[in-house]
Design a binder for this molecule. Sequence first.
Ligand SMILES: [Zn+2]
Length: 100
Amino acid sequence: MSKPFLVNVTEEIVNGLVKFLLYGTEYQTFCHCDYCEKEIAADVLNQLPSYYVSTAEARDQAFRKLKSPENIEMINKQIILSIHAVGKKPDHKKMSNLSN
Ligand SMILES: [Zn+2]
């Protein structure tokens, strides 16, 4: 058996989906800096239940469970809300200038 670890499978799925959506054609006009990408992921993860696992086997099971079409659709909806919310923040430009 592999070494135990601690990961939030929801976080792993959300990180991948945020990148996928943000770099897709629909959100080309939104800022793609690291600050905004992490801010979007944080906002999404604060709305969704976490799903922590400590073994590779449990991680595989969680992935299969969480990657159902209904669940991915629900997560994508939240990501879209968060992309718009982060894009509207007044400190967004200032923060992205600082990090550039
Ligand atoms: Zn930005």
